[in-house]
Design a protein around this ligand. Structure first.
Ligand SMILES: Cc1ncc(COP(=O)(O)O)c(C=O)c1O
Length: 321
């Protein structure tokens, strides 16, 4: 649904249908185009609002979530913010379980939206701002405990198909419609893999020749089959060294790209300064990957990617120093 010209009944209906922008300033000296989907314009300032809505509405439909029941989820902040919005509107108490390694803005925003935020200590060797797979395991254990204690519905973004469906039914088809079917490549930084898998499935269904690339942090490229040498990368929202991601099917994947913290930061700053797009580390990683593709296997082509969340979520980090 287009947001224009409609009175909508709640903020939930403002999720999705985000603009697709051609980054012609960043690609000035490159052969090809980058089309960026501005998902930081969702009500919770990230693409994860989409999956929050889909997971809750799927659970309502199939009877797994009852009126007034508590919802619990593990989050790096963005899914939790989306769930806080959807649960606030629909009247479900929401508990977000998050690592202390994620930026503090995220916890404050979820609390502002009425969520209870449970922060979990990082492993002794971990660094704030760098959430490792091990840190995430601790958050998972806490989330499972809370689900039992509160008899809650677990809005499990790593397992529930609503994560895939949100992007298969919305984000992917939006890319096709807004680009008038001109996309030839797609790349995305992987957390749960929901965005990549959902968009890749929709794009390849539309045109099987569209090439889809997984983006991972340099030194944490487990999906590309490499060993982890840098678990404490700075690209928040993914790169958790997890290989067991249920929606990621090999037939969606045409290749893998590794992006360093420095490249992600450089491109996030370039997005802000040249394109007026104020986004976070993982969006910078996506643009860095798209640039690599234009300089390599997809020279001269049109590449789509997502702008995952807002730069406002990183004001406490040195991204904007
Ligand atoms: C900022 C950010 N970027 C990227 C991702 C990865 O998206 P996905 O889980 O769909 O792979 C997330 C997921 O939480 C995120 O919060």
């Amino acid at each position: 649904m287009s947001r224009e010209n409609f009175l909508i009944p709640s903020a939930i209906e403002a999720i999705g249908s985000t603009p697709l922008v051609e980054l012609s300033r960043i690609t000035k000296n490159l052969d090809g185009k980058i089309l960026a989907k501005l998902d930081y314009l969702n009500p919770g300032f990230s693409k994860k609002d989409r999956i929050a809505r889909q997971i809750i509405e799927d659970a309502e439909e199939n009877g797994e979530l009852n009126p007034g029941q508590t919802v619990v989820e593990l989050t790096s902040g963005n899914t939790g913010t989306g769930l806080a919005i959807v649960c606030a509107v629909k009247g479900y108490p929401f508990v977000a379980v998050m690592s202390k390694g994620n930026s503090s803005e995220r916890a404050r925003m979820m609390r502002a939206l009425g969520a209870e935020v449970v922060l979990v200590d990082q492993l002794p060797n971990s660094v704030p701002g760098q959430v490792s797979g091990g840190d995430l395991e601790l958050v998972e254990i806490k989330a499972q405990k809370l689900v039992k204690e509160r008899k809650a519905f677990r809005a499990d973004q790593f397992q529930l198909v609503g994560n895939f469906r949100a992007h298969y039914l919305q984000t992917g088809p939006e890319f096709i419609k807004q680009s008038k079917g001109k996309i030839q490549g797609f790349c995305d930084f992987i957390g749960t893999g929901g965005t990549f898998a959902g968009c890749a499935a929709a794009l390849k269904e539309h045109d099987p020749s569209i090439k889809c690339f997984i983006v991972e942090p340099k030194g944490t490229a487990v999906l590309a089959g490499k060993i982890v040498t840098n678990p404490n990368h700075r690209i928040q929202g993914g790169g958790y060294s997890m290989t067991d991601l249920p929606y990621l099917k090999t037939e969606y994947v045409d290749g893998f790209i590794e992006i360093s913290d420095e490249e992600a930061i450089k491109r996030a700053r370039q997005l802000a300064q040249q394109e007026g797009i104020f986004a976070g580390f993982s969006s910078g990683a996506n643009i860095a990957a798209a640039i690599q593709l234009l300089k390599g296997p997809l020279k001269g082509k049109t590449i789509a990617t997502t702008i995952n969340d807002s730069g406002l979520k990183y004001l406490s980090t040195d991204l904007w120093e």
